[in-house]
Write a protein that binds this ligand. Sequence first.
Ligand code: IMP
Ligand code: MG
Length: 182
Amino acid sequence: MTDWNEHVERILLSEEEIATTVKRLAEQIDKDYINEENVVLIGVLKGSVTFMTDLMRAMKTPTKIDFMKVSSYGDSTISSGNVNIVLDLNRKNLPSENLILVEDIVDSGRTLKYLVSYLLNKGAKSVKTVTLLDKPARREVDYTPEYVGQQIDNHFVIGYGLDYSEKYRTLPYVGVIKPEYI
Ligand code: IMP
Ligand code: MG
């Protein structure tokens, strides 16, 4: 049986570091949303799933949850300039809802920049974003997430929800993939 741990060059964020980061983000969000009602975490499938389930349990703010999915094209280590919604929200009371988009990682910034304006156009009361990881050096559009777990250098990372070709999502930490597996 393949051991995915052996495909990891080095660990960037251990389970303990992830837990500390999630707790810090939850506290920041709780503080900012203390006077808000109708907060909804919107997970961007599939990479955000692990982070979202930890974050929602670390937050004290009562939140509903929902999901969206966008498609990516081409080389799986390069995110595409085209953003295509393949699973949309179908919420009845969007004008009263404060959405928090939950992402695993911001790279070019195209996905979140598009989703934020899409959801504001659709009528959401407010839209902010939280991401576990951010690669600011890779940015191609002007976009800054409100809540960032950790900024990282330009490495392709896997684990804790993040994949390469749908693999490695189940690893409990974030690591850099060995180049021979790309
Ligand atoms: P963006 O639209 O270029 O910001 O793309 C963000 C998306 O690209 C993330 O949600 C991930 O699905 C994917 N992505 C970017 N960098 C990585 C990485 O290092 N590992 C795994 N997925 C990544
Ligand atoms: Mg993703």
